[in-house]
Design a protein around this ligand. Structure first.
Ligand SMILES: [Mg+2]
Length: 131
């Protein structure tokens, strides 16, 4: 029997467990929110996988074969899907004015410094303090 034959019977937790196991075997950092309801992240996808091998951040909402994507989940998926870049930075208080200005104008960093592999092996770009 193939996995596809079992798909209608698979619970979301089993699907999630299989993917989390795979991420573990592959050494991919993954974040999972058990239940985003009631938090400021209602509808946030179940998994955020930093697939550094594919240079891709994956946001995956897991559902059973008949599971329904909620409006909040649809909103998150649409917003994340519209993003063509991932901004990965360590933000420090000294840069607050600059990052708030960036957010306000929908722009990207003014000055950057590649930090390299100083964040758990992930490639990180740091924004310098305004000059
Ligand atoms: Mg789900």
């Amino acid at each position: 029997m193939t996995r596809n034959a079992l798909a209608p019977l698979m619970a979301e937790a089993e699907l999630q467990s299989a993917i989390l196991d795979a991420c573990g075997y592959l050494g991919l950092p993954v974040m999972h929110i058990n239940d985003s309801r009631g938090q400021k992240a209602t509808g946030y996808p179940d998994l955020c996988i930093a697939d550094y091998r594919a240079e891709t951040v994956r946001f995956w909402e897991l559902k059973t074969e008949r599971g329904i994507v909620s409006p909040n989940q649809q909103e998150w998926l649409a917003a994340l899907g519209a993003c063509h870049r991932v901004d990965v930075r360590v933000i420090r208080p000294a840069w607050l004015d600059q990052v708030l200005e960036e957010l306000g104008r929908g722009g990207v960093r003014v000055a950057t410094e590649h930090v390299g592999h100083d964040c758990g092996g992930a490639r990180v770009t740091r924004t310098d303090a305004p000059r």
